[in-house]
Design a protein around this ligand. Structure first.
Ligand code: HEC
Length: 194
């Protein structure tokens, strides 16, 4: 009985202590929320596993912004700045994207990216619904696809193992995406401009 009482006291004491500790933690984390901890959690379109793409010194300010917020700063810029959008078109044509998707993004041996309509079931809608977001499209171009439309796309991001040739930088992929957005003619909402 004596022992029981002692444990009871101990339990009460311990929970009081735990309570103190808890409130301490809250106040410190509230006071010093580090901004740098915000990051865009990228996952593969192939298997939904996390992608090993982290901010590095080699990244442009735009790429750094995307990797921390999941927002592609080029998308809104290119929508109103045709000259700037050409830098995204350059990435698209110089790397052979047009060989499969077409010089007008109309789709040749791969789905159309304008979504204006065409022969294939995927010429009017995204093969992967997540590609309606810049984060989703970045994941698709970076790490490739599982082949839902009948063909697969390779890994393009040079930060990932197995990429095509020299691969593309984060900045180049973001520019290509923003350019693809300017060519969208589908009837879905342009959610990326919101
Ligand atoms: C060898 C042919 C080929 C090349 C080159 C290629 N792609 Fe693709 N791409 C595909 C195929 C095939 C798909 C559909 C994949 C699937 O169904 O899994 C696709 C899918 C896509 C999608 C998703 C389309 C949707 O409707 O959801 C985007 C965006 C895309 N590619 C962009 C690019 C960009 C940017 C490049 C150049 C860096 C590129 N592709 C180069 C074959 C290619």
């Amino acid at each position: 009985m004596k022992q029981f009482k002692f444990s009871l006291v101990l339990v009460v004491l311990l929970s009081a202590l735990a309570g103190c500790e808890k409130s301490d933690n809250v106040s410190t984390s509230d006071a010093g929320k580090p901004i740098s901890s915000a990051s865009c959690e990228l996952v593969s379109t192939v298997d939904n596993k996390p992608l090993a793409i982290k901010v590095s010194d080699a990244d442009t300010p735009e790429a750094k912004e995307f990797l921390s917020t999941c927002i592609n700063p080029y998308t809104k810029k290119f929508a109103t700045d045709a000259e700037a959008a050409k830098t995204g078109r350059k990435v698209f044509t110089l790397n052979g994207c047009s060989g499969c998707h077409g010089g007008k993004l109309e789709g040749i041996m791969a789905p159309a990216l304008t979504k204006a309509g065409g022969q294939g079931a995927f010429d009017t809608k995204w093969v992967y619904a997540k590609n309606a977001t810049d984060k989703g499209m970045f994941e698709t171009i970076s790490a490739g696809t599982p082949g839902l439309s009948g063909g697969v796309m390779a890994i393009w991001n040079r930060n990932l193992v197995g990429h095509v040739g020299d691969g593309l930088t984060n900045d180049e992929i973001l520019r290509a995406i923003a350019y693809i957005r300017t060519e969208y003619k589908g009837d879905g909402e342009k959610t990326w401009l919101q």
